[in-house]
Design a protein. Structure first.
Ligand SMILES: C[S@@+](CC[C@H](N)C(=O)[O-])C[C@H]1O[C@@H](n2cnc3c(N)ncnc32)[C@H](O)[C@@H]1O
Length: 209
């Protein structure tokens, strides 16, 4: 089995190796994505598709008086993330659950921020996922999605091999914006990094700023 087969739902030793690689490899992308959102110290945050859990650790530094929850549909990733965040889990500042983005089980209006790094292209139904994220956000809540690949005819071709191997379902960024707006997100902003395929989409449940 290739490592790329493991991106969608990491399992076993190979899955754990992929988690470690993602924790290292997504650091710069995550740093870049997080520059587009203000996070107040008291924030309650959910990281969807938390993978190896390093982003959760970083988010707790930004939400220093708040709480960070993570979900992943891979049991392996939940265990891995709990290990990576052992102390924070013991302090009850972090909780990680084996759940899917389309059925998170959280209460309505619960989170100040939902983040999703490098994961949307595995979700079974993007519209249902966006509706679920909107439901669990507080009225002033924000949704931040950051990805290193884009479907734009140039990068799609550049990344063709990995897109095929990892079974990624990429959408054009304009379609993502329209879909977010159609489920009711407001002030949807798209940021792209010059010369690369990196992209961030920031949207608000009831309007920004
Ligand atoms: C490429 S990894 C990215 C992990 C992490 N966000 C990062 O940036 O390193 C994608 C993650 O999304 C998770 N995932 C895929 N589909 C999911 C779904 N429907 N619900 C929750 N998690 C999902 C996978 O199990 C995997 O851990």
């Amino acid at each position: 089995m290739k490592n790329t087969d493991q991106y969608k739902c990491p399992v076993g030793k190979q899955g754990r190796n992929v988690a470690a690689a993602m924790n290292r490899g997504h650091k710069n992308l995550t740093t870049w994505g997080l520059t587009f959102v203000d996070i107040s110290p008291e924030s309650i945050i959910l990281d969807v598709g938390c993978g190896g859990g390093k982003t959760i650790a970083r988010l707790t530094k930004l939400a220093s008086k708040g709480k960070v929850l993570g979900i992943d549909h891979s049991a392996e990733m939940v265990r891995y993330s709990e290990k990576v965040n052992k102390k924070l889990v013991e302090e009850k500042r972090v909780q990680i659950f084996e759940r899917s983005v389309v059925n998170t089980g959280f209460s309505d209006n619960y989170f100040d921020l939902v983040t999703a790094f490098e994961t949307y292209y595995f979700w079974p139904n993007l519209q249902s996922a966006f509706e679920e994220i909107k439901r669990i956000l507080k009225p002033k809540g924000k949704f931040l999605m950051t990805n290193e690949m884009i479907k734009d005819g140039v990068y799609e071709v550049k990344h063709a091999e990995i897109i095929k191997e990892a079974q990624l379902c990429l959408y054009p960024i304009g379609d993502i914006k329209k879909l977010l707006e159609s489920v009711g997100f407001k002030d949807v902003k798209v940021f792209t990094k010059e010369g690369s395929a990196w992209n961030t989409v920031l949207s608000y449940k009831l309007g920004g700023n």
